[in-house]
Write a protein that binds this ligand. Sequence first.
Ligand SMILES: [Zn+2]
Length: 493
Amino acid sequence: MQLYKTQQLKVYNSLTSTKELFEPINEGHVGMYVCGPTVYSNVHLGNCRTFMSFDMIFRYLRHLGYKVRYVRNITDAGHLEDDADDGEDKIAKKARLEQIEPMEVVQRYTVDFHNILQKFNFLPPSIEPTATGHIIEQIEIIKDILDKGYAYEINGSVYFDVKKFNEDYEYGKLSGRKLEDMISNTRELAAQDEKKNAQDFALWKKAEPQHIMRWPSPWGDGFPGWHLECTAMSTKYLGENFDIHGGGMDLKFPHHECEIAQAEACNGHSPVKYWLHANMLTLNGKKMAKSTGNNILPDEIFTGNNNILRKAFSPSVVRFFMMQAHYTSILDLSNEALLASEKGYQRLMEAIAGLGNLKPGVTSDFDVKEWRQRCYNAMNDDFNTPILIASLFEGVKHINLIKEGKEQLTEEDKHILTQTMNSFVFDVLGLENITDAGKDSEKLSGVVELLIQLRNEARTNKDFSTSDKIRDQLAALGIQLKDSKEGTTFSVS
Ligand SMILES: [Zn+2]
């Protein structure tokens, strides 16, 4: 029997703001769509957290025995700089600045995205469609919305008529906004603006002569609006009605709100049963932003090549760190938090490595089945990974007591314990067992920190030949020291 028949999964649905029992539209099957990256720069660590949350959700649904079709798109056209209808296309801009083809930009950053996700041990989605691969489908949807009277064409562009839509449906229900409030809070449209209302959004934008990414359409050469691709691809691969739509919280409005409006305008009903939103990642208590320098790329963490953290951390440690917070909570990344996660991760891996050597006893001092159910209860409660991890550490405590001869487990219970640990740690949380590598990196850091200390002492004593020798010989080994006001850090190349 499939596990989902005995485990009652509840998910927090952003649409209703309540935790609901998860009952897929077709028993045993789950359709899940997650908004993927706009591939115009290296993948942001905050985005990695969002995608990792849905990777974990994908893994748990599969673990429960569901057949999951997981669609995560690649945005390679139509996403403008201001996330709305103005500004340059993000990819076209990068192509112009670097003097390369837009598709070179797309290729470069799609490869980067996949590389990083692979390092984090993500499972690939079932389908990874691109916006440019679905222009025809997007044009068909625009025609449909025009036919139904919820859009208008003007000067070669087509806009969604939010006011008209709101007469028959409810615009703003996902983000909890009322159209009247939005209208009274917006300034008058500028004279050159061709939209009827500021809330209207582009389904198709006319391409100016200098715009490189352009396609023919019934309204002339242009490109699709950003919100449209997700409606086109989710409908194509998951149907007019599917189970889960996910994404970062910042996409709730306007992006997801517009997706709902487009689908309802076409099909007359809501497209998604459960809307799930993952929260953001902060760095040292502050929002991550390239402009302020409070920003770090995944590879900069893995190599230690950054000015923010004291040392390098492996992808598995970073993954473990991210899993220690609930996906709907804000999570703060810092040196201390990663160090603590690294310790916890190693303790977990050591316990698992020792499971095979545990000698079975005649009786069990620990109710393994009850513990296993608690692990499931944590995940069934809207994928509560921090509670799951707390339960896993309870398992670790017992493993260690058994090792010390203070407790015992029967052969059968030992088997359940091993299987449960492996399932949750590797299959569901998606961690990889690289204890030895972790230990080596810890030893290396210890040795380099010691050399940094000796070099500082030499510098204090004005013994520059020794301090330079330490720096140069480490550099020859591929270990770079970097001095700053906060002290000396190192990176390994
Ligand atoms: Zn989307």
